[in-house]
Design a binder for this molecule. Structure first.
Ligand code: COA
Length: 320
């Protein structure tokens, strides 16, 4: 397989918001949030933006990889919370990095955004269209929350993660991905509605809405199936995997996946306790945490898996 992750980086907002702080803002409790989700804290953007965090994460990933931005020929940003409709976050990131040789674009695959970005980068390399790519997941979800809807706003946080991917003999052993638009209504956020001088409804801002139980059922069924599929595709036994790095939505989803795969929970590192759910940012931020803790050695096999709005999902077996 032709693509290897050679560097990671992440960036989080300065402002930490604990469950206790949310208790002061709305009718919720630390006990409810912790017992239903595992989340204890999240970081909320005040000075930061989706692009500024993408830039920070990308710089750290480039430094970790030991390469310069001019070596990048592809930049993909997975995001559902770009600062601007256009230009894309990826183009703004390209400018900030002076990555003058890169083609840059955003993708919207929600919480599977990083996995979809990795798939595209790998496919470009397989097609001979890129040698070095930057794949980023960056979100400012706090601006998309209805802060009066306690069932949703307590779950999410802001941040960005990035990985430098380079054409190589080993690395991404295999990826599977999928989508089911028919179930998309489980997790939605409207963009600008049709608005022009010829209609009456005007513009309004809407916020994220979620059928939590529908998303939960989707995740506990589809994630283990997808991981099993990618393990079979790559002829890998679950026992060979050192870490399963899953999208950080809910500790109960992760525990359920571990049980279904018959793997010890210790193989499933988490940071949702500290960071909450950062959609496309979750998987690359967790990967960066694990990498910087020195837990990955060359040759280790890991699984990355993302799932969320769309519905979308994806999983990869990666040799470090
Ligand atoms: N604090 C206190 N109470 C809350 C609350 C909060 N933040 N949010 C909801 N509640 C209340 C509800 O109003 C409801 O009260 P009622 O029984 O009086 O009507 C009660 O808690 C139970 O709500 P329910 O929605 O049935 O809880 P749940 O056990 O399904 O847990 C989720 C809710 C959201 C934690 C759970 O469904 C979940 O994790 N789903 C997956 C969501 C997810 O991961 N999405 C992102 C995927 S990318």
């Amino acid at each position: 397989m032709p693509a290897r992750i050679i560097g990671t980086g992440s960036a989080l907002p300065k402002k930490a918001v604990s469950n206790g702080e949310l208790e002061k803002l709305m009718d919720t409790t630390d006990e409810w949030i912790r017992s239903r989700t595992g989340i204890e804290n999240r970081y909320i953007a005040v000075e930061e933006t989706t692009t500024s965090m993408a830039v920070e994460a990308a710089k750290r990933a480039l430094e970790n990889a030991g390469i310069g931005a001019e070596e990048l020929d592809l930049i993909i940003v997975g995001t559902i919370s770009a600062d601007m409709c256009f230009p894309s976050t990826a183009c703004q990131l390209q400018d900030a990095l002076s990555a003058v040789h890169a083609t840059a674009f955003d993708i919207n695959a929600a919480c599977a955004g990083f996995l979809f970005g990795l798939t595209i980068a790998e496919a470009y390399m397989r097609a001979g269209m890129a040698r070095t790519a930057l794949v980023v997941g960056a979100e400012t979800l706090s601006k998309m929350m209805d802060w009066n809807d306690r069932s949703t706003c307590v779950l999410f946080g802001d941040g960005a993660g990035a990985a430098v991917v380079r054409k190589d003999e080993i690395g991404i052993d295999g990826i599977v991905q999928g989508s089911d638009g028919a179930r998309g209504s489980a997790l939605v956020c409207e963009n600008r509605l049709v608005n022009n001088p010829f209609i009456q409804n005007g513009n309004r801002i809407d916020y994220a809405k979620m059928d939590g139980q529908a998303v939960y059922k989707f995740a506990v069924k589809t994630v283990p199936q997808t991981i099993t599929e990618v393990l079979e595709k790559t002829k890998t036994e679950a026992g060979q995997i050192k870490y399963f790095l899953l999208h950080q939505a809910n500790i109960r989803i992760i525990e359920s996946v571990a049980k279904k795969l018959n793997q010890p929970i210790e193989k499933f590192p988490t940071n949702l306790q500290e960071c909450g759910n950062i959609s496309a940012g979750s998987v690359p931020i967790l990967l960066d945490f694990v990498n910087r803790e020195g837990k990955l050695e060359r040759g280790d096999k890991i699984v990355l898996a993302g799932f969320g709005a769309g519905l979308t999902w994806g999983a990869a077996v990666v040799t470090w």
